[in-house]
Design a protein around this ligand. Sequence first.
Ligand code: SF4
Length: 186
Amino acid sequence: MTRERGILRWPVLRQLRGEDPRSDAARSARTDALRPRVEQADKVARSVCPYCAVGCGQLVYAKEGRVTQIEGDPDSPISRGRLCPKGSASKQLVNHPDRQTTVLYRRPHGTEWERLDLDTAMDMIADRVVRTRRETWQQEEDGKVVRRTLGIASLGGATLDNEENYLMKKLYTALGAIQVENQARI
Ligand code: SF4
């Protein structure tokens, strides 16, 4: 749209000339120049907010393989396009320069974090699980069969969604661990 310059831009003049006083006449050149944040995206994917178990629907916009914006999905029956402030800021979870992308490990009595590759970390966890079960397995207690270990416990965070919690509960139950908790319940 062609817009006048100088005094002709004054909203009161434009309103007297009959332009819509609620939008066009009161709109600044800066507002005219603004473009939607998602306009440049070359791809949009549907996702679910990872922060809590509400599971609000998200539209994830990307350009050249990089996430550029995350907004509420109006088609989600859970949230109908809305996100809370935390969900609205979830782009930072992907793009923030402080995001951790490698495993960090601090040894017993250590004072510094060490970076580990994922295979090494997974092997260390598996070794500990096997050893702990072997050392702490209880077959019976007070004459009753319990078949459990009290040497393994799980404390989940609220960024885990329902499906992840379901799988974790199955895993720990299969391992014989009974102390399975979540931060949201505590
Ligand atoms: S953190 Fe907010 S946006 Fe994300 S699922 Fe929970 S309520 Fe929805």
